[in-house]
Design a protein around this ligand. Structure first.
Ligand SMILES: [Fe+2]
Length: 429
């Protein structure tokens, strides 16, 4: 009898935990939109960035298409063409609206999209209340929530880009006053022995398919920096003519910076003394991590500094035993901040592995040995992008803390700069 009761109790408990997670994540997305005016929801500043309104609708469509339509026999979408408008890249679902034209969708209106979200919320919560113990439903809902958290980050990085295009330099929200972080932490290197190591997730809790399977890698001895590269260090690279020295650049990078006349990080002023932030133009903090660099710039800086970028396996071995703590979304800073000085930090551990900026690695985004994409159309989520992109690790100042872990693999094309992307140095030993 006691056994039966405990089984019933744990089923009810798990049902409510996924419902609570659903409510929490969906509410966070809405809260991130609170500072916005209606006009801010609509415009699209470049093909890579999407309007806030599109993010709000697309994340709702994900639950509608992958859960509600298959779990509710009589489900009716509020509009039959939302599937066409808000499908991002799932060819298996059907044709979709052109990515670069998302900013032309003045309709549905913001209030119609908010009503769409409320409709999806009500349907999902009903379904979870009725069938939350269904493990497949729980797994799909968890995937949908992790998907929504990815879009929370994109919502902020896309708004930052949009606002940066406005000569009025609007602020998403006022500057967060930061406590003094103390003196700049000197850069030191931790040495790792290498050998045969294991990386990748075990799959014991939610992970994306690209983190699996756990597998062996062979690492030569290496060294990894104790903190991220700072704005002052990157400014030294610029002043030393870093952008004029072909010897430190990859061929594709040199071609790109020559064509685009790139001479500094994405949001820096020409005078190298201020940068555009989610709080408008602000003075550059010399001790804060440099961010909004392409892979090519990160790689050129590393070569100029007599170092290199870490591989993703090196990064993961260093991060595997570290707690997931740092300047993440919940810190509510929304900008990278200087590493704590030595007095406030355990010197035996690297700083800033989680949060602040995504760290470019030298690793191509490729399938792990034995990788299997999710079955069906959801197999398009990650697997089809495993070509010509590089892996970034560790999350940023706009990544939700419950979304990041040591095995997490983000990926972008090497010319991308609008995410919070920065550098940690590595060396051969
Ligand atoms: Fe998406």
């Amino acid at each position: 009898m006691a056994l039966v009761e405990s089984r019933v109790f744990s089923a009810a408990d798990s049902r409510s935990s996924v419902t609570l997670a659903f409510e929490r994540v969906r509410a966070t997305t809405q809260a991130l939109c609170e500072p916005l005016e209606t006009e801010d929801f609509v415009a699209q500043s470049m093909p890579d960035a999407s309007p806030a309104k599109w993010h709000l609708a697309h994340t709702s469509w994900f639950f509608e298409h992958f859960i509600l339509k298959s779990h509710l026999r009589d489900y009716r979408s509020p509009h039959p063409q939302y599937e066409y408008l808000f499908n991002s890249y799932y060819q298996g679902v059907g044709p979709m609206h052109e990515r670069s034209q998302r900013g032309l969708l003045t309709r549905p209106s913001v209030s119609e999209v908010m009503a769409y979200r409320a409709h999806i919320d009500a349907q999902m919560i009903d379904l979870l209340d009725q069938r939350g113990a269904d493990s497949q439903l729980e797994a799909l809902t968890t995937l949908g929530l992790n998907h929504e958290q990815q879009h929370q980050e994109l919502l902020l990085t896309d708004l930052k880009h949009l606002f940066s295009c406005n000569p009025l330099h609007p602020a998403y929200r006022p500057l967060h006053q930061q406590a003094d972080r103390g003196a700049l932490t000197p850069m030191r290197f931790y040495t790792f022995d290498g050998g045969i190591e294991n990386i990748g997730a075990t799959g014991a809790s939610f992970v994306f398919d690209n983190e699996l399977p756990r597998h062996r890698v062979l690492l030569e001895p290496f060294a990894l920096a104790n903190r991220l590269v700072t704005n002052s260090e990157y400014a030294e690279f610029i002043r030393d003519g870093g952008y004029q020295r072909p010897d430190v650049w990859l061929s594709d990078g040199w071609a790109l910076i020559s064509e685009k006349s790139w001479r500094r990080p994405f949001y820096w002023s020409e005078e190298l003394d201020s940068e555009f932030t989610l709080s408008g133009m602000q003075p550059i903090d010399p001790a804060a991590p440099v961010c909004h660099l392409s892979y090519y710039e990160a790689d050129a800086f590393a070569r100029w500094a007599g170092a290199r970028l870490p591989s993703e396996a090196e990064w993961e071995i260093a991060a595997a035993q570290m707690p997931v703590r740092g300047n993440l979304l919940e810190a509510n800073v929304l900008h990278p901040r200087a590493a704590e000085d030595g007095a406030a930090h355990d010197e035996s551990q690297p700083r800033q592995l989680f949060g602040d900026v995504w760290e470019w690695t030298a690793s191509a985004y490729a399938p792990y040995p034995g990788y299997r994409p999710l079955p069906g159309t959801l197999g398009e989520y990650n697997g089809k992008f495993m070509c010509n992109q590089l892996v970034l690790r560790g999350g940023s100042c706009v990544t939700p803390s419950s979304h990041i872990r040591a095995t997490y693999r983000n990926f972008f094309y090497p010319n991308a700069r609008w995410q919070f992307m920065g550098v940690r140095l590595a060396r051969n030993v």
